[in-house]
Design a protein around this ligand. Sequence first.
Ligand code: SDX
Length: 450
Amino acid sequence: MFWDNSMPLAPRPPEKRETDKTMSKKVTLNYEGQSHEFDVRVGSEGETGFDISQLRSRTGLVTLDSGYGNTGSCESAITYIDGEKGVLRYRGIPIEQFAQSPNFIEVAWLLIFGKLPTTEEYAEFVVDLRRHANLDEGMKHHFEGFPRHAHPMAILSAMINALSCFYPEVMDVDSPESFRNASARLISKVRTIAAYAFRHSQGQPYNYPDPRLTYVPNFMHMMFSQPYVQYECDDTVRTALNLLLILHADHEQNCSTSTVRMVGSSQANLFASCSAGVSALWGPLHGGANVAVLQMLENIHKGNLTPEEYVKLAKDKESGVRLMGFGHRVYKNFDPRANILSEQAGKLFAAMDRKDPLLDVARKLEQIALEDPYFVERNLYPNVDFYSGIILRALGIPTDMFTVMFAIGRMPGWIAHWWEQNQTPGSRISRPRQIYTGNQLSNYVPMDQR
Ligand code: SDX
């Protein structure tokens, strides 16, 4: 079924909320003998911010907040985080409630369309994802142009951008129907692109998506089936990977999602915006941390240094070493995702009747760090990346594909934010200001006089 316009889209963000009681709150800025009053915005969970959107036009001043740790870039109804209480909710639903019977596609619908799907809506979405799973045969040849050792995140970003060459209707950025089709294509094809990048790196033939399989089993089939030997995805793997993808699905204004919004604010299409999100996620301080965690655990496990020695290094600023998978810009207590993944790791190994020495190393590192004043004083706790790599490794996912798995999980969140921004009345191109600290007025000096 093709989308018809009766299909729901997330409710358009409200015009400026002039009527609610929060608009009565004001803040006053006193500077150089002048007073300036600005509105105070209070969100549905009590988050409060000063609306300085008129600051420069009224005062000639700008604010400065490198890393944006104190700056809200937008109002959003998609995900709520309380960093002090370790709360994470998707459209108001605590993530813990998805752990019982994890269904990534159901959560993807919730994030993008603003509510849990009905049975019919879910069934139709599944049909669309199945229909969009294949890549254009022309696209498949692009993989051959990459060297075998190419990083899969480079391939993923390039190929997602290339989707707009094959589906140019995505350029119609204001069309709900174009958005719905592009969303289904992205969520479905990101698996195929990821799997083909892996198969290319192994010199193995591509596996066509199997329409009889659901989302995660189809991905694992494309990754690991061999000619005449079909990969069978058991329930343990299917459940664990659905949960892992759900826990990565959105996280409000993180670096990569803010990148998607930034690029989308210029009215760049959804594929181009999510391609940029992949690039931002690649960094080791963001989504690349899950790879760095596993390398850290393997380094310790090989005996190159003890957990105690590693923690000591991580505390020494001169070492340039960080305890990867620890710390978070928002969570100053615990990352609820890390708690769920820590528990999931134990359950997974029990179900597989396996032990992983790296899990023991991780638990030892966590125990040492949580008792060390350096980490406690800085509110540094395990984040989503600390245990995710151990689970992915247990599921047979190769290490250099870990951040790709993060991107597959985060795709619904990127899509939801792109559309929410696109649909926000008065939304305009993002263009931060700066404080200039360079040369004052200078003259050009001809080269022979320098
Ligand atoms: C993700 O934003 C999101 O929501 C991201 C994410 C998502 O779902 O999208 O949650 C996913 O990116 C999780 C984070 C994955 N990255 C890592 O695990 C890399 C290791 N962590 C750090 O690099 C760091 O904690 C960050 C990047 C996560 C947060 O950086 P901040 O908020 O800029 O904190 P900071 O660098 O200013 O650190 C504050 C202090 C510093 O010490 P002091 O200068 O105060 O003495 O804490 C120290 C830092 O040196 N510190 C660490 C540390 N993290 C911070 N010291 C050792 N090891 C660490 N991991």
